[in-house]
Write a protein that binds this ligand. Structure first.
Ligand code: PLP
Length: 447
């Protein structure tokens, strides 16, 4: 409506006057205004409807404005908007029960945070206090959050500007066959060599020094590299062997994104700590948390845990989580995501890869896919440098948007990460738009 458009114009004007944005050179950005969103669609400031293939920051797993979740938030707001963390509260208790039920193994105690980064901070703090050790291992090509420690375990370029050299973090190469650091030709070689590299790193950095190893079960922002068979089992064994805690970061991969409740469920591995956020309530109200093993819990049974936050287990966020998890179950969204992966995204993206000279590789599972764009399929030179963008990638993104598709882009990749409950029809429509838009990067292929 004209009123919505007018409100959108004012929102943009005030944004440019007063809002300071994440990760941005403030005068170099032109934020897209969103005036409305519903299901898998958002409407921009000009009233154009866009199919959201990004789930925002890969968090609206149930799409926008799910009526059951909106109603649950409204009901909770009418009852009790907020409560300090030291009190017991029905919304928090039930959310914790559901998370405990869904997480693997005996991760039955839940500490709630406001988002993913603070979940990572607390998981590492717990591991350090439990083991009495300091150092933390994490992968290059990873993202774990924007706060001081979380950004320093992160392996992407955003760490570098925040690295003052005292975080106690050590990085290693996780498996990534398409750009193998190990000259591997097969998944089995990649697994074996990546595990050898990890064990060597542990030994060279101090076999008895590590509190934890943190890994995204399937790395998300860094490129959706599904670990090859045996890798996460191997990591689990090394963590046990060297007395360090295995933290599975499921902030992006969790809550159905991969076609299972948690990505680690694909590998039959149980971590000591599991971090979650995003999909737990699709981001309708900020929420994250850590699921905790009985052994780590025991450390804090009679000794206070030195950490906390005013909004730990916030009622509105927890009521949204309860309603989200129940809706996901009732509407079989996780099964639907698995099915989309097998019947729409897997075959559909393979078809695009066969057709477009700028596609180096497509990979993923469930509703969690990456398209890796290259200047040359033989040399695999990325269509944008690591940590950067390029005119070709910008043209591809613009071509998607002008055709009504909102993509998730990172460096030389487009991620296909729509809501888990997107219809098969909309999923195919999005792929058809990508098919047309990819002409933009095909034109930049160098022979
Ligand atoms: N961990 C992973 C795997 C993530 O993908 C993210 C966010 O993208 C985070 C942690 C940080 O979460 P938040 O932005 O809620 O702090």
């Amino acid at each position: 409506s004209e009123a919505e458009l007018e409100a959108g114009r004012r929102a943009y004007e005030l944004d440019r006057k007063h809002v300071f944005h994440s990760w941005s050179a403030q005068e170099q950005i032109k934020p897209m205004t969103v005036i409305r969103a519903e299901g898998s669609y958002v409407w921009d400031g000009e009233g154009n409807r866009l199919l959201d293939f990004s789930s925002q920051l890969v968090n609206t797993n149930i799409g926008h404005q799910h009526p059951k979740v909106v109603a649950a938030i409204q009901e909770q707001a009418g009852k009790l908007c907020t409560i300090a963390p030291q009190f017991a509260n029905d919304a928090r208790s039930e959310a914790a029960r559901l998370v405990a039920e869904l997480t693997p193994g005996e991760l039955d105690k839940v500490f709630f945070t406001n988002g993913g980064a603070d979940a990572v901070e607390h998981a590492i703090r717990m591991a350090r206090l439990h083991t009495g050790r300091y150092k933390v291992l994490s992968a290059y090509r990873s993202y774990h959050g924007g706060t001081a420690l979380a950004v320093n375990v992160t392996g992407d370029p955003r760490r570098i500007a925040n690295d003052y050299g005292n975080a106690g973090t050590v990085h290693f190469h996780a498996p990534f066959l398409y750009r193998s650091q190990f000259h591997a030709a097969t998944e089995a070689e990649e697994t074996q060599r990546a595990l050898e590299h990890l064990e060597t790193t542990i030994q060279l950095e101090g076999a008895d020094r590590f509190a934890a190893i943190i890994l995204e079960s399937i790395p998300g922002t860094a490129g959706i590299m599904v670990p090859p068979p045996g890798y996460l089992q191997g990591v689990r064994e090394l963590a046990t062997k060297y007395g360090m805690m295995f933290i599975a970061d499921e902030v992006m991969a969790g809550f159905g994104r991969s076609g299972k409740w948690f990505a680690i469920d694909h590998f039959d591995v149980v971590p000591d700590l599991l971090t979650f956020a995003k999909g737990v309530n699709s981001g309708y109200v900020p929420l994250g948390g850590v699921a905790i093993s009985p052994e780590i819990y025991a450390t804090f049974a009679d000794r206070p845990y030195p950490g906390g936050l005013t909004y730990s287990g916030h009622p509105l966020a927890c009521a949204a989580a309860v309603a989200t998890i129940n809706a996901m179950r009732e509407e079989r969204m996780v099964e639907h995501a698995a099915d989309l992966g097998e019947t729409v995204f897997g075959p559909g993206l393979a078809e695009l890869a066969a057709k477009h000279s700028s596609i180096g590789e497509v990979r993923g599972v469930g509703a969690f896919w990456a398209i890796e764009l290259v200047k040359n399929q033989q040399t695999r030179e990325p269509m944008a440098a690591y940590g950067g963008s390029s005119p070709a990638m910008n043209e591809l993104i613009a071509a998607c948007k002008s055709r009504g598709l909102l993509p998730f882009a990172n460096f030389n990749r487009i991620h296909v990460v729509p809501p888990l409950n997107i219809s098969a029809e909309d999923a195919r429509a999005g792929l058809a738009i990508l098919d047309e838009a990819l002409e933009a990067t095909d034109r930049h292929v160098e022979s």
